[in-house]
Design a protein around this ligand. Structure first.
Ligand SMILES: NC(=O)C1=CN([C@@H]2O[C@H](COP(=O)(O)OP(=O)(O)OC[C@H]3O[C@@H](n4cnc5c(N)ncnc54)[C@H](O)[C@@H]3O)[C@@H](O)[C@H]2O)[C@@H](O)CC1
Ligand SMILES: Nc1ncnc2c1ncn2[C@@H]1O[C@H](COP(=O)(O)OP(=O)(O)O)[C@@H](O)[C@H]1O
Ligand SMILES: [K+]
Length: 515
């Protein structure tokens, strides 16, 4: 599991070590320099003679970059620090200069003020230094940053540099120091000017912005460096499940299992207008490995024609998947959905079922909206927001929906967020963008329903488990998309079809990357 901690948690964990004189910045900057060396070897074979440019802000984040620069000088790298703040980490700057590095000061401003930049030529010179480098280290702001993007000379230099790279069609590798400078470190917001990185080297533990959309998109690959912080007593702010976690959560049949003990999933989905949603949700549930699927709705014949394993009509179930392909004016399905939710079994509430949600439910109910549906849900409950507002602050909006409804909330997107009780939050980035295709959400509803049915007793005992199961379903969904068509387009049906292999691979070797 990849865990992240807030800036305050990390600072608190650093304090006793700094008091004891632990060389945290040396550890951080040395690891950072090694990451740069690896990239230089990959990019140009040789380290000696390479060019590295540092974007340096006023605090310790800039200090990390400067010390890393001094290490790189010792390996024969040409290092230029572009200092974009009036203050500078003095010892770091001295170390770099002593090692033969160069300091460039394109302007006097602070990193995020709106003051006009005095000298356009100096900005262009600095941007050219960055463009001509093999690697650029972004050390303007770290956990001391207040979000909202860069300003002043930092923004001017970064914008100019990005323009030069776009015009040239290629540029240096950008490595963010701890976080991409200017992101909302704790909430993952991304506004204003932020330099996109291909790698973020982060210290002590990941920060929420590295996992959360939209900021995570600017972070690239994330490498966590252990600098000796003890965060074991802290509750992580945001977690990301990895394959081994999913293997531990997935229900496996034993020799004594029979179909009822493995769990029965009730599916209320589809309509004459949208029969495909019922087919996809039931298909996914069967293929995810549930004991039995019961279908309730108007298109049972089509469901059974496609999946003869499915049983039609009412009966006992251990969990529900509700809502795919159910239009708002379908009174019969709406009544079934409300009846199902009244029964207290774990349930997935998707698409058309979101409008039938009672005022309050428990966390054993998992809502699976996309951003537009979450905006509608919040708006109907007195928080008027638009889809763009949800996309700008997905964690905050998903939390609001959890607080207003009591449900576990899975917010779909390129990164799928799950929030549950006790501030639990997961951010899963397992899906290729090809998965953004009609019907993919219906597959997720069936798949998650199957998982809830298989672990229904455990969810009854501890409803907070639903959040981890929802995150696990998002991971499996993404792996199934990769399995269906590695690196290429997928149809929702092919994703459902790939579920048995995706689950098999995760259970057999959870350490292996997706196909
Ligand atoms: N504390 C430690 O011992 C360690 C810290 N480390 C590094 O130190 C970083 C944190 O350093 P700092 O606390 O010095 O903070 P930063 O270097 O992130 O920021 C420096 C200062 O910039 C100013 N600032 C922030 N946002 C601004 C804005 N929008 N406009 C203008 N000014 C703004 C603030 O006054 C802030 O203190 C971490 O991200 C990490 O890179 C690492 O060296 C590991 C050890
Ligand atoms: N850019 C993206 N990259 C990866 N996965 C995505 C992206 N956009 C959407 N998805 C995933 O695709 C699925 C789409 O679901 P949904 O919006 O409900 O579509 P539908 O209702 O057509 O099934 C979700 O699981 C979502 O997380
Ligand atoms: K940074």
């Amino acid at each position: 599991m990849l865990l992240s901690w807030t800036a305050e948690q990390v600072r608190a964990a650093e304090r006793p070590l700094l008091t004891a004189g632990a060389p945290l910045m040396e550890r951080a900057s040395f690891a950072l320099a090694l990451a740069v060396v690896r990239i230089l070897r990959e990019r140009r074979g040789r380290v000696r003679g390479a060019r590295v440019a540092l974007l340096v802000g006023p605090g310790n984040n800039g200090g990390d970059a400067l010390y890393a620069g001094a290490f790189l000088r010792a390996r024969g790298v040409e290092v230029t620090a572009v200092c974009v703040a009036s203050r500078l980490h003095d010892e770091g700057a001295r170390a770099l200069v002593a090692a033969g590095g160069r300091l460039l000061r394109p302007g006097p401003d602070e990193p995020a003020t709106d003051e006009p930049v005095a000298d356009e030529h100096a900005v262009l010179d600095a941007a050219l230094v960055l463009q001509r480098a093999d690697v650029v280290l972004d050390g303007v702001l770290g956990t001391g940053g207040r979000g909202g993007g860069l300003g002043g000379v930092a923004a001017a230099v970064v914008e100019r540099f990005v323009g030069l790279v776009a015009a040239a069609g290629a540029g240096p590798a950008v490595v963010a120091v701890d976080v991409p400078s200017g992101v909302g470190v704790d909430d993952g917001t991304l506004t204003g000017t932020v330099l996109d990185a291909e790698l973020t080297v982060t210290f002590g533990g990941a920060k929420p912005a590295l996992l959360l959309p939209p900021a995570a998109g600017a972070a690239g690959r994330v490498e966590v460096v252990d600098i000796g912080l003890d965060l074991s007593g802290e509750r992580p702010a945001v977690a990301r499940l990895e394959p081994a976690d999913v293997a531990a959560l997935w229900p496996r049949p034993g020799t004594g299992s029979q179909k009822y003990s493995r769990g029965v999933l009730g599916v209320v989905a589809g309509s004459r207008r949208y029969p495909g949603a019922a087919v996809l949700a039931t298909d996914a549930a069967v293929l995810a490995g549930v004991g039995m699927v019961r279908y309730l709705g108007a298109v049972g014949e089509q469901v059974v024609a496609h999946r003869p394993e499915v049983v039609l009509g009412e009966g006992r179930v251990q969990a529900w998947a509700l809502g795919p392909g159910v239009p708002p004016d379908d009174d019969a399905q709406r009544a079934r959905i409300q009846g199902a939710l009244a029964g207290g079994e774990p349930a997935v509430v998707d698409a058309g079922a979101l409008a039938a949600l009672p005022e309050r439910v428990g966390p054993h109910v998992v809502l699976t909206p996309h951003a537009g549906e979450l905006a509608t849900l919040l708006t109907t409950r007195g928080v008027p927001v638009r889809r763009e507002d949800v996309e700008a602050e997905p964690l905050r909006r998903a939390r609001e929906a959890h607080e207003l409804t009591g449900a576990t909330v899975l917010l779909k997107g390129h990164v799928t967020l799950v929030v549950g009780p006790d501030d639990a939050a997961y951010a899963q980035a397992d899906a290729p963008a090809w998965l953004a295709t009609a019907g993919a959400g219906d597959v997720l509803a069936g798949l998650l329903g199957a998982l809830l049915a298989g672990r229904s007793d455990d969810v009854h005992d501890d409803p907070t488990l639903a959040a981890a199961l929802a995150a696990a379903a998002a991971l499996v969904h993404g792996h199934a998309a990769d399995e269906a068509s590695p690196g290429g387009p997928v149809s929702a049906l092919s994703v459902a079809r790939a579920l048995p292999a995706a689950v098999r691979h995760l259970l057999a070797d959870p350490g292996a990357p997706p196909a």
